[in-house]
Structures are given as structure tokens and as C-alpha cells.
Design a binder for this molecule. Structure first.
Ligand code: SAM
Length: 278
């Protein structure tokens, strides 16, 4: 399996540290290892120092943006990677990317609503799907996304979802952390349109957060429990699955909805358990 890192194609062996001549199953040390050891040590020290520096600069970026750019509704998730995760141990931001990616088929044509900085678009959705059309109401978010999170199979387009879906053929719609900006009526209309657009074999997934401890004047509608969200989705779709995670008073509701039985629509989540019932 090959991946592209810093513009260089890398094999799995190289990625997992077996790229210095050993083959799988070879347990003998490479004869040149004693010579190479200082190089490995130096690279480990350089990378550790760079990670430390990156953590500091991302912490600073988060602090400055939070203080002076308060009105914007999107976030640079590289701050999550480099500071909140590496220095604070908060891995919550990974959940939505991994969950939606597990719902995606490799031949999916995705519409991502309210993509913000494009971090999930590039690293989770476009890495798995055939194509992604990612929309957001904020031109500044998309300017950032195009500059920092572009990819061959991604198109970013400025659009207010309250005006309807863009003209495009899509099989999977993802809507992460932004349904709260619409009223219940606007949401119902949008979810109906999503259902009509993706058809009987399409999938709709994403997540909504519930943060009762925060003052959020921009919130137009919240879901307060999994049952309420599942019921809402089932007004448009035959099947809906919701599960929740909770950290420090913030509840995250992850959902996937389809007219297909979910064991067929999202087998990685429903039907692939090695130990059924556990
Ligand atoms: C909290 S961010 C979520 C971004 C991304 N989905 C994520 O999970 O990180 C909310 C995003 O919703 C966008 N947004 C708010 N109202 C919108 C609307 N009516 N149509 C399209 N995007 C909207 C904002 O510009 C912002 O980028």
C-alpha cells in the first residue's frame, strides 16, 4: 500500500519503520544498523523539537484568533491536532472524521454542508470518497480551505444552505456541527431535500453538539437527546442510527440515516462486529 507524505510516495514498510532493508518476517538486524543508529536518534530529536515548537505556535494561534477574531464560526483544526490533542490529550475532534469515514463508500460522491476550514473534507472524506463538493456560507472559511486543505477531488463553493442544496449529483451528504444554525422548520426542509437528492440508496451522516452550559445566542435549534434526533431524521428517512459521546458537559450526537437498512448501508458500523452482541 502506498501513501504520499511530504510529496514523496512511501510504502507501508517505510511508514512502519521497516524500510531500511528488512523484509517482513526477517528477524535479523540489518548489518548497517549500528552505523545508522545515530542518524535515527538525531531524526527523533529533531522531530520531537519540531513537535514542541509546533505545539507552541498553534497554542498561540488559537489564543490570538480566539481573542481577536471572535465572530467567525469556524476553527482551524490543525490547532486541534498540534495543540489540543498533542499537548492537552483531547482527541474528541477525531470522532466525527472517523465516524463519517466509516459510513462512506469508496465510490461516494459527497456533499459536505458547512465544511468550515476543510480539515475533515481533505483528511477524512476526500481521502475515502470519489469526490467531495464542500459548501459553507463564509467566504473566509473557504478561502482558508482552498489554500490549506485543497485536494484534487474536492471543490469548495460558497453557499447558504438555507437557500437549498447546490445542483450536483451526490450519494452521501455529511453535515457536521452546524445544524444548530437553522430553525427546526429550515432543518426539516433541508433534510427533506437531502433525502430527495440522495435517493433510496444514499446516506446522510454527521453530528450535532449539545452544550447546555454555554451561552450561544446564534443557536436556532438544538437536539437534547438521541431519541429526539433519531425521530427527527425518521420523518424523512426509513432508518436512522444515533449514538452519543459526552465530555465535560458537551454531548455529541453522531447520526447516520438512509432508506437502506443500516446493516447494508453502513456495514462497518452495524454488521461487521466480530463479537456480535458485545
Ligand atoms: C462550527 S463550524 C463547523 C465546521 C465543520 N463542519 C467542522 O465540523 O469543523 C460551523 C460552520 O457552519 C457554517 N455555516 C453556518 N451557517 C451556515 C449556512 N446557513 N449555510 C452554510 N454554512 C453555514 C459556518 O460558516 C461554519 O463554517
Amino acid at each position: 500500500m502506498r501513501g504520499v507524505y511530504l510529496g514523496q510516495a512511501m510504502t507501508s514498510d517505510e511508514r512502519f519503520g521497516r524500510g531500511l532493508g528488512a523484509t517482513a518476517g526477517d528477524t535479523k538486524a540489518h548489518p548497517a544498523l549500528p552505523l545508522v543508529r545515530p542518524v535515527i536518534g538525531a531524526l527523533q530529536r529533531i522531530n520531537r523539537a519540531l513537535r514542541w515548537l509546533s505545539t507552541q505556535t498553534h497554542r498561540l494561534q488559537g489564543a490570538v484568533e480566539g481573542r481577536f477574531d471572535r465572530r467567525r464560526m469556524w476553527f482551524d483544526h490543525y490547532i486541534d491536532v498540534n495543540y489540543n490533542w498533542l499537548a492537552q490529550g483531547d482527541a474528541t475532534f477525531l470522532e466525527r472524521g472517523l465516524f463519517n469515514r466509516m459510513c462512506l463508500s469508496p465510490d461516494a460522491d459527497v456533499l459536505e454542508i458547512a465544511c468550515g476550514d476543510g480539515f475533515y473534507t481533505r483528511h477524512f472524506y476526500a481521502a475515502q470518497a470519489r469526490s467531495v463538493l464542500a459548501i459553507d456560507i463564509d467566504p473566509a472559511a473557504l478561502e482558508f480551505a482552498r489554500r490549506v486543505n485543497s485536494r484534487e477531488n474536492v471543490r469548495y463553493e460558497v453557499r447558504d444552505i438555507r437557500l437549498g442544496l447546490p445542483q450536483a449529483s451526490v450519494t452521501h451528504v455529511i453535515w457536521d456541527n452546524a445544524m444548530i444554525f437553522l430553525t427546526e422548520e429550515q432543518l426539516a426542509e433541508a433534510v427533506d431535500e437531502i433525502h430527495a437528492r440522495i435517493g433510496q440508496t444514499g446516506k446522510f451522516s454527521g453530528y450535532v453538539a449539545y452544550e447546555p452550559h454555554l451561552h450561544q445566542p446564534f443557536v436556532r435549534h438544538t437536539f437534547r437527546d438521541s431519541e429526539g434526533l433519531a425521530e427527527f431524521l425518521k420523518r424523512s428517512f426509513e432508518h436512522a442510527l444515533v449514538f452519543r459521546t459526552e465530555y465535560g458537559g458537551r454531548v455529541n450526537y453522531y447520526f447516520v440515516a438512509s432508506d437502506m437498512p443500516l446493516a447494508a448501508a453502513v456495514p462497518a458500523i452495524v454488521a461487521n462486529a466480530d463479537v456480535p452482541g458485545v
